[in-house]
Ligand binder design. Structure first.
Ligand SMILES: [Zn+2]
Ligand SMILES: [Zn+2]
Length: 332
């Protein structure tokens, strides 16, 4: 079982900052880390990558940020100098750092973030820390999966397989974009939330899901997301698409898990697109933050549970089995 310990405060690197954490989300990726699915994690380790807070100290080469700034970060913190970064695709940076994975994360009072001028996102005045904390991982990932990859348009059908934090975010974002949403989960409580966030149709999966979606949507979804990261939901997501449909893989499928068997014959016959989504770079946050500021998107409504740091170890370990529906937020 992980536990809560007193450790030395981090210091900022020359290009980095230290952020005083005000809120940090509990995410399935943290659970994967805890389960040992990420070989980069060495013990002892501090998880946590969905954070918002206040800059406590900035390194000498940071020009855009200073102590007192209210900020969040994408979970992929980019280097700003590699070819991917030069192309504006910081979410797939070749030398990325990730708090909670490549170094100690935000289930703590303070967290260090590298390359602050590339990665920090200032929070609009009206946006609270708890709502902002989820933006860097699940909400931005769902947003970019639907907009940049899914290219979702009003009136189209979107299927969301798995209604945890990222899935519920996707339901909310797709509905706000004018799409009609089919939400799939095994948990009736998660489906109740999906309905509240704008899903037209809720299906208890995973059996018979592609067939039912084809029926409900009159031929299949235009865009479908595996928001869980499971061979079954991945295959269902591809199989529920109509011709020329787009599958976006959002949930992690760690290499240690059973490999997903993709129906490539269907991918060819229907000319499907199979796309991966790996977060969203800091420079792309503007349109999403505008929708949040306008109240069109309400990340605050995803938070169903708020706990302190002392309760975090148990909540992390429970994620595989008994975690509550919606998003659990930790406020150190
Ligand atoms: Zn996350
Ligand atoms: Zn880079």
């Amino acid at each position: 079982m992980p536990d809560l310990r007193e450790v030395a405060d981090p210091a900022p690197s020359p290009d980095g900052v230290v952020i005083k954490v005000a809120a940090t989300g509990l995410c399935r990726s943290d659970w994967h880390g805890w389960m040992g699915h990420d070989p980069a994690i060495a013990l002892p380790h501090v998880p946590g990558h969905e954070l918002a807070g206040v800059v406590e100290a900035a390194g000498p080469r940071v020009t855009g940020w200073r102590a007192g700034d209210r900020v969040t970060v994408p979970f992929v913190c980019a280097c700003g100098r590699c070819p991917a970064c030069a192309a504006g695709e910081q979410q797939v940076c070749e030398r990325q750092t990730q708090p909670g994975f490549t170094h100690w994360g935000s289930f703590a009072e303070y967290v260090a973030v590298e390359n602050a001028d590339v990665n920090l996102v200032g929070l609009p005045d009206g946006l609270g820390f708890a709502a902002a904390a989820g933006l860097g991982c699940r909400f931005a990932t769902a947003y970019r999966a639907l907009t940049a990859h899914g290219r979702v348009a009003p009136g189209q059908w979107v299927a969301v397989h798995g209604c945890g934090g990222v899935g519920l975010s996707a339901v909310m974002i797709a509905a706000a974009a004018g799409a009609r949403v089919v939400a799939v989960d095994i948990s009736p409580a998660a489906l109740d939330l999906a309905r509240a966030f704008g899903a037209d149709t809720c299906l208890q999966g995973p059996d018979g899901v592609p067939e039912t979606i084809a029926e409900v949507t009159g031929g299949g979804a235009h865009v479908s997301l595996d928001a869980l990261g499971d061979p079954r939901t991945c295959a269902n997501s591809i199989a529920c698409l109509r011709r020329r449909g787009r599958h976006v893989q959002v949930g992690l499928l760690p290499p240690q898990a059973v490999p997903a068997a993709l129906p490539m014959e269907r991918v060819i016959a229907y000319e499907l697109s199979v796309l991966g989504s790996h977060g969203m770079p800091a420079h792309a946050y503007g349109p999403m933050l505008d929708l949040v500021a306008a109240g069109t998107l309400r990340p605050d409504r995803l938070i169903t549970t708020t706990i302190g740091l002392a309760a975090a170890p148990r909540a992390l370990a429970a994620m595989g089995t008994t975690s509550p529906p919606g998003v659990t937020m930790i406020e150190p």
